[in-house]
Design a protein around this ligand. Structure first.
Ligand SMILES: Nc1nc2c(ncn2[C@@H]2O[C@H](COP(=O)(O)OP(=O)(O)OP(=O)(O)O)[C@@H](O)[C@H]2O)c(=O)[nH]1
Ligand SMILES: [Mg+2]
Length: 446
C-alpha cells in the first residue's frame, strides 16, 4: 500500500528516563496507528486511559493516557494522537517500535510536526520562529518575547502591512488600466502613494529599535579580560558560585575561553572568562591570548580586571568605549577610592574571596542588559531574517515613492516587490529555500 503523505511519530518530551513521556503521531494513518496500539480511537480531545499493546503479539507495553485530535483542528492540521506513557527507556522504545510496524507510519524528522503545521496554514513563519525561541528561551524576558511572536506579534503586523500594500498596488494598477481616460491615473496614484508613505514610516519605525529584539534572543555578551593573575577566573567562579574555571597562582592559567550563561533578573547574559593578555613564548598560551582578544573584541561589554594597587595595565585600544574597569583583590589591598591614572569606563572594586563588590557589579550588569534590550513593548524584529525582509520592503517602497505621475508601471512593480518581501517574511511566497534553515534548529518531536 502507498500513502499520499507519511504519518510521522516521535518522542516529543525530554530525555528519558522521566515520569511521563509524550509520543506524538500525526498524519492520515494516525487513527489507524492508535487503533493498532490500543484497539480503538478515543473520543476527540478527551483524556482516555488505555493499555498500549504490540500490534503483532498483543503483548502489553504500558498503561497510557491517550489523546485524539482529529484534523484540521489540531496542532499540525492533520489527524494527531498523543500517547502519554511512562517515561522509561524500554517503554518508549516499545511504543516507537510498535508504531513503526503500522503501515504508512515512520519516525519524524527534526521539526517535522511544526513544518506540517506551517504547510497546513496553522502557523506562519514568524510564529514558527517564535515557537523555536520559546523552546530555547532561558530567561523570562526571552520567554515573553518568544510567546508574543508565537501568537503572531510580527506575523499579524506583516500580514496587515502586506494587505494594505496590495490595496495600494491595486489602486495604481487601476490607474494604469484607465490611463486612456484623462486624469484618472494621477487621481489614483496620489492616494496610493500617500498610503505607501504611511506604511514606509510604520515599517521604518519597527526597524529603528536598536536591535533590541535580536539582542534579547542572543543575550548580552560580557567578556572578562585583563592581565594574567588579575583574578578573572576567580571572579567568574564567584559570580556563578561554582568552580567553572580553573584558578591558580600561576599567571597564564586560563587558555580556553570559559563561557557561562546567567539569568540576571530575566535578562540573558553570557559571561566569558579569557586568558590573561600578555606577550608569551608559549604557543598554547599564545593561542589563548589570541582567543581572548578575539572574544573580547566581539563582546558587547568588557570587564577589564586589574589587581587593586598594582601597576595599571590599560585595555587594548580596540576595546575602548565598551570597557568597565574592575579593581580586584580588595581584601588584600584595601582600596576603595577612584583608581588613579588612565582608567576606562565605570569602576568597580571586588574581592572574589569575600564577595565584596560583586553584588554591585551584578546589579550594574543587569541594568546594562535591561537598558540595551529595553523592558517595555516587545520588539517586532527578533532575527536577522526579519530585519532583512523589512529592509527589502522599505527599499522597494522608497523606490516607489521616488517615482511620480506617468511612472505608474514602475510604481506598481516596486509595490509588488515590497509585498513579496513581506510575503516571504510570513512564509507566503517562495520560501522553500529558507524553510530548511528554520526547521533545522528544531528538535525531533516538535
Ligand atoms: N586574596 C585574593 N586572592 C585572589 C582574588 N582573586 C583571585 N585571587 C588569587 O589570585 C590568583 C590568580 O587568580 P585567577 O582567578 O586564576 O586569575 P586569572 O586572572 O584568571 O589568571 P590567568 O587565568 O592566569 O590569566 C589565585 O591564586 C587566586 O586565588 C581575590 O579577590 N582575593
Ligand atoms: Mg584565569
Amino acid at each position: 500500500m502507498t500513502f499520499v503523505r507519511d504519518t510521522i511519530f516521535a518522542l516529543s518530551s525530554g530525555r528519558p528516563p522521566a515520569a511521563i513521556a509524550v509520543v506524538r503521531v500525526s498524519g492520515p494513518q494516525a487513527g489507524e496507528a492508535v487503533r493498532a496500539l490500543i484497539g480503538r480511537v478515543p473520543a476527540p480531545r478527551h483524556a482516555t486511559l488505555a493499555t498500549v499493546r504490540q500490534p503483532a503479539t498483543g503483548e502489553a507495553i504500558d498503561q497510557a493516557v491517550v489523546l485524539w485530535f482529529p484534523g484540521p483542528a489540531s496542532e499540525t492540521g492533520e489527524d494527531t494522537a498523543e500517547l502519554q506513557v511512562h517515561g522509561g527507556r524500554a517503554v518508549i522504545a516499545g511504543v516507537l517500535t510498535a508504531l513503526a510496524t503500522v503501515p504508512g507510519c515512520r519516525a519524524a524528522e527534526p521539526g517535522e510536526f511544526t513544518r506540517r503545521a506551517f504547510h497546513n496554514g496553522r502557523l506562519d513563519l514568524t510564529r514558527v520562529e517564535g515557537l523555536a525561541d520559546l523552546i530555547a528561551a532561558d530567561t523570562d524576558a526571552q520567554r515573553r518575547q518568544a510567546l508574543v511572536h508565537l501568537k503572531g506579534f510580527l506575523g499579524d503586523r506583516a500580514e496587515g502591512w502586506r494587505r494594505r500594500l496590495i490595496e495600494a498596488q491595486a489602486l495604481v494598477e487601476a490607474g494604469i488600466d484607465f490611463s486612456d481616460e484623462g486624469d484618472v491615473p494621477t487621481e489614483l496614484l496620489g492616494p496610493a502613494l500617500a498610503q505607501v508613505r504611511l506604511l514606509r514610516d510604520e515599517i521604518g519605525q519597527a526597524l529603528a529599535d536598536g536591535g533590541r529584539g535580536e539582542r534579547l534572543r542572543d543575550g548580552l555578551v560580557v567578556a572578562i579580560a585583563g592581565p594574567p593573575n588579575a583574578g578573572k577566573s576567580s571572579l567568574l567562579n564567584r559570580i556563578v558560585r561554582r568552580e567553572a574555571a580553573i584558578v591558580s597562582p600561576v599567571p597564564g592559567t586560563t587558555r580556553d575561553v570559559v563561557e557561562v550563561h546567567l539569568d540576571l533578573g530575566g535578562q540573558p547574559v553570557t559571561l566569558l572568562d579569557t586568558a590573561g593578555l600578555r606577550d608569551t613564548a608559549d604557543p598554547v598560551e599564545q593561542e589563548g591570548v589570541r582567543r581572548a582578544r578575539d572574544r573580547a573584541g566581539g563582546a558587547d561589554l568588557v570587564l577589564w580586571l586589574r589587581e587593586a594597587g598594582a601597576e595599571a595595565d590599560l585595555p587594548p585600544a580596540g576595546l575602548r568605549g565598551r570597557v568597565w574597569t574592575v579593581a580586584t583583590k580588595v581584601d588584600v589591598v584595601n582600596l576603595r577610592e577612584a583608581l588613579s591614572g588612565d582608567v576606562a569606563g565605570r569602576q568597580f572594586f571586588t574581592s572574589a574571596v569575600t564577595g565584596e563588590g560583586v553584588p554591585e557589579l551584578m546589579t550594574a550588569l543587569q541594568a546594562e542588559a535591561e537598558a540595551r534590550v529595553g523592558v517595555g513593548e516587545p520588539a517586532l524584529v527578533t532575527r536577522a531574517r526579519h530585519r532583512a525582509g523589512l529592509d527589502d520592503t522599505v527599499a522597494a517602497l522608497d523606490r516607489a515613492l521616488a517615482e511620480g505621475p506617468g511612472r505608474e508601471e514602475i510604481v506598481a512593480e516596486e509595490l509588488r516587490l515590497a509585498a513579496r518581501a513581506l510575503g516571504r517574511l510570513v512564509g507566503r511566497v517562495d520560501v522553500e529555500d529558507i524553510l530548511d534553515v528554520i526547521f533545522r534548529d528544531f528538535c525531533i518531536g516538535k
